[in-house]
Write a protein that binds this ligand. Structure first.
Ligand SMILES: [Zn+2]
Length: 307
C-alpha cells in the first residue's frame, strides 16, 4: 500500500498558516503535527489521503490497536463505556425517553455491551470501519449505519437519535466540523451527544513522539479548538470537563443542537498549545532519545514486513 499524502487547510479558520511540530509519531509512522498560527487548532498536514486511511482502518488498525480482536482471545478487562454512562448519568442531561442510540466508532462492541445493559430499552446503531468489529456488532443486534462518517447516511436519519456517542473518534476524522454538522442533523431537538477526545493541554507523562502523536489522530484538540469546531458546526456545549477520576488526560463534553456562531480566532490559542508541546518535546528530541526511537522503529518495521 502506497503512502499517498494530501495537504489540508485549517478546518476551523480555513487558513494555511502553520507551525510544524514533528514529522513522525507512534510506531515511527508519518505524523506531521502542525498548529494553526491563526486559531490554534492542531492537526496533521500533510496527512495520508482518504484512500490510505480507509485501507488502514479496514485492514491494519486492529493489528496495531486491537490485537485481541485478531487473536480472538480474552478481551481486555477495562470497559471504556463505564465512564461514558456514569458521566452521562451524573450530568442529569440524559433525555428521559431514550429510543435510538448511535455509537460512532464502536470498535468490537465489548464496551457498548455496558451501555446496552444500562439503557436497555433503546435500539442501537453503529458506524464502524473494521471488518472484524462489524461482524461482532451485528451479532449483538446492533444495526450498522455504515463504515465511515464521511458517507451519506444522514439524510435518512434526520432528527432521529436521542443519544450519540463519540468516544475517542472525533480526533480521527478527515473534517471534524463536517462530522459535527452531520451529528447536528441526525440529533433530535432534545437529543444529546457525548464526545471524548485526548486533551492536548493535559497529556500527563505520555510521550508525545512515541505514543500521543499518531498517524490515525488527524486532529489534536484542546478546550479552545474544540469549542471552535462546535461553534462552526452549530453545536451547543452543555458540559465540558478536563479529566476526572476515570481519566485525567481526556477532554469530554455533552452537547446538543445549537446555532452556528463566529469562531474565536486569536493567536493566544496558538501560543498556549505551542508552549505546552515545546516544553514536552525538549526532553524527547535529545540525540540519545532520537537514536533509541530509530532502533525501536527499525526493529518494529523488520517485524511488520516479515509477518
Ligand atoms: Zn486555524
Amino acid at each position: 500500500m502506497n503512502n499517498n499524502f494530501e495537504q489540508v487547510n485549517c478546518a476551523v479558520c480555513g487558513a494555511d498558516n502553520t507551525e510544524k511540530i514533528c514529522e513522525r509519531g507512534q510506531f515511527g509512522l508519518p505524523t506531521h503535527v502542525v498548529i494553526c498560527k491563526d486559531c490554534g487548532l492542531s492537526y496533521l498536514n500533510p496527512r495520508w489521503d482518504k484512500g490510505r486511511y480507509i485501507h488502514f482502518y479496514e485492514k491494519e488498525y486492529d493489528k496495531y490497536y486491537r490485537p485481541n480482536v485478531q487473536k480472538n482471545t480474552e478481551r481486555a478487562g477495562i470497559n471504556y463505556y463505564q465512564p461514558v454512562y456514569e458521566r452521562l448519568d451524573k450530568s442529569g442531561l440524559l433525555p428521559e425517553n431514550i429510543q435510538q442510540v448511535l455509537d460512532i466508532g464502536s470498535g468490537d462492541g465489548n464496551n457498548l455491551e455496558y451501555l446496552m445493559e444500562k439503557i436497555s430499552d433503546a435500539d442501537y446503531y453503529a458506524i464502524e470501519p473494521s471488518e472484524e468489529c462489524r461482524k461482532t456488532l451485528t451479532s449483538m443486534g446492533v444495526k450498522m449505519l455504515g463504515t465511515d462518517i464521511d458517507i451519506d447516511f444522514h439524510e435518512k436519519f434526520e432528527g432521529f437519535f436521542d443519544v450519540i456517542i463519540m468516544r475517542h473518534v472525533l480526533e480521527h476524522f478527515a473534517n471534524p466540523v463536517s462530522a459535527m454538522q452531520k451529528v447536528r442533523a441526525i440529533l433530535k431537538d432534545d437529543g444529546i451527544a457525548y464526545i471524548a477526545v485526548p486533551n492536548n493541554l493535559k497529556f500527563g507523562n505520555s510521550k508525545l513522539l512515541d505514543n500521543w502523536f499518531r498517524v490515525v489522530h488527524t486532529y489534536y484538540f484542546n478546550v479552545h479548538s474544540l469549542r471552535n469546531v462546535f461553534r462552526k458546526a452549530g453545536i451547543k456545549t452543555l458540559l465540558m470537563e478536563e479529566g476526572d477520576k476515570y481519566n485525567q488526560r481526556e477532554l469530554f463534553v455533552i452537547v446538543k443542537k445549537g446555532k452556528v456562531e463566529e469562531v474565536d480566532v486569536k493567536s493566544e490559542n496558538y501560543t498556549i498549545q505551542k508552549d505546552i508541546f515545546d516544553k514536552k518535546l525538549k526532553g524527547e528530541k535529545t540525540l540519545i532519545n532520537k537514536l533509541k526511537r530509530r532502533i525501536k522503529y527499525d526493529i518494529l518495521q523488520a517485524f511488520k514486513t516479515k509477518k
